[in-house]
Design a protein around this ligand. Structure first.
Ligand SMILES: [Ca+2]
Ligand SMILES: [Ca+2]
Ligand SMILES: [Ca+2]
Ligand SMILES: [Ca+2]
Length: 292
């Protein structure tokens, strides 16, 4: 009630009694003594990630029993939104201000405030409410390979021998992040486990016939639509009976004086010392048979 109209009557004690009336207009000035109060919760909503900027999520309402500016409510996001991902419209509708990424942050616990707007020097009063926003996954991540792309296997390895474990990770959730593996060329003597990614030998490997294989491996998720990515794995077939030492580097060079004596040390290759076997003359230096 803001206005009272009172009719006041004064009557004397005489006989007959005389009286008169006066009308009193009474305005009650509002004090800001009520804070805005939110309707009871819980307040929660699910939205898909990557939703358009400005998408409405839910609405909150706070009632303020005061009148005028004392009851005029302004809404704001007061907590839980460090990156400024959300805003609240004057009517209390929560909306997105940015593209939201479930892989970065799947859930927000927001604090919304409602504050009234009394004229100074009166102080505003406010209250808060918690709003939970859960992001639903969209298949926006492709599988990413984390396994090596080069591997070797001994020739004659029996069928079913595990060559390596191929691994790809997909940061999406559920089916969107469930990865299955396959080989592009199924005629090669290898298979890959669709679920475990184990690359196995499935035929004979003969280094003399073929010393390396290039396998294109695809990892595909089960999203709708699915996303996939591929890598190339090089498999080198090693010679089973090759016991000869491997020099590193493959080539060595040394300079020998023309008048070096037979038996002079030329250079050392690992544990092997190369000695001069014949005398050297300048015009024969390009041949190799002087050394043993
Ligand atoms: Ca108020
Ligand atoms: Ca995402
Ligand atoms: Ca996603
Ligand atoms: Ca995915």
């Amino acid at each position: 009630v803001q206005h009272y109209i009172l009719v006041v009557q004064a009557t004397d004690g005489g006989i007959p009694a005389l009286s008169s009336t006066v009308t009193v207009y009474c305005n009650v000035v509002d004090l800001n003594d009520n804070a805005p109060i939110f309707e009871a919760g819980p307040h929660a909503a699910d939205i898909v990630e990557n939703t358009t900027i400005g998408t409405s999520i839910l609405s909150v309402t706070a009632q303020d029993l005061d009148s005028g500016d004392n009851g005029r409510v302004i809404y704001a996001v007061a907590g839980g939104d460090e990156n400024g991902d959300f805003g609240v419209a004057p009517n209390g509708t929560l909306f997105t201000r940015k593209l939201l990424d479930r892989e970065q942050k799947p859930l927000y616990n927001l604090i919304l405030s409602a504050t009234d707007s009394p004229l100074p020097p009166a102080l505003p009063l406010s209250s808060t409410v918690q709003v939970t926003v859960v992001l639903l996954d969209v298949n926006d991540m492709s599988p990413e390979f984390i396994s090596p792309t080069k591997i070797s296997i001994i020739e004659n390895a029996p069928s079913n021998t595990v060559v390596m474990a191929i691994k790809a990770v997909d940061r999406d959730e559920g089916r969107n992040g469930y990865v299955e593996y396959s080989l592009e060329d199924t005629t090669l003597p290898f298979t890959v486990g669709p679920v475990d990614g184990l690359l196995r030998v499935s035929g004979s490997l003969d280094r003399e016939l073929r010393s390396n294989y290039t396998l294109e491996v695809t990892a595909k998720d089960r999203g709708e639509p699915p996303r996939s990515s591929s890598i190339t794995v090089t498999v080198t077939v090693l010679d089973e009976n090759d016991n000869s030492p491997v020099f590193d580097p493959r080539q060595y060079s040394a300079t020998v004086a023309e008048n070096a004596s037979i038996g002079a040390s030329v250079l050392q290759v690992g544990a092997l010392i190369v000695l001069l076997a014949f005398s050297v003359s300048w015009n024969c230096l390009e041949q190799n048979q002087f050394f043993n």
